[in-house]
Write a protein that binds this ligand. Sequence first.
Ligand code: DGL
Length: 265
Amino acid sequence: MAERLAPIGVMDSGVGGLSVLAEIQRLLPSESLLYVADSGHVPYGEKSPDYIRRRLRHIAEFFREQGAKAMVLACNTATVAAVADLRELYPDWPLVGMEPAVKPAAAATRSGVVGVLATTGTLQSAKFAALLDRFANDVQVITQPCPGLVERIEAGDLVSEQLRQLLSGYVKPLLAAGCDTLILGCTHYPFLRPMLAEMVPADVAIIDTGAAVARQLQRLLGARELLSDGPAQATAFWSSSEPGSLEQVLPLLWNQPGSVQRFVP
Ligand code: DGL
């Protein structure tokens, strides 16, 4: 297979990365995509960095066995814990990670107060602290860990009253503190945009980094002459828990059905 026709491996701890996968498919429709949901180990947000690094090594190895020409960590928590380790292991393999959109939010805020919704793991990381140091000196950043949201979204719940109460408990203090810009710093949360839109005033901006990740992937592949001109193969899905659970939520979160294979390591 010509290398540019090789697939791109995209991973998340579960279904969150599907929000990024959709942006990649929109921008790069000729690319073949592989998706691993590490659902047997979700949530990553409450796991140790060491644990997550071990998981990511397995997943990267799997993508390489599948001949992937690049890998996307469609997960903020996995990126802060493991992207440096993977870059060291595979210096010549294009790897794209993601981080909360602090830079664009600091540029966009008019009130000077920005809220970040993310996992505990992301917010506690040195990488996130460095991001604040670099881009958020002139604004006030209020961070809000959101335990429990990922589990609801994994179960395909985007609308329940229980979810609404949980989310509102996280968002209200940020609004009360004067945030006019909310960063969705976990790839699961873009699925909550409709519910969030009902909860926040229309002039509060809600920012995520899915589209920016797709553009970064396009740049990396373009620079190496690895962009595919197609045709793309059907997207292939793997899950490290019961494949039926991911199959059940795919029509809701991916807008199309798909068959899921078991990912064992
Ligand atoms: N979707 C992941 C992120 O972007 C983490 C969710 C989890 O806690 O597993 O941070």
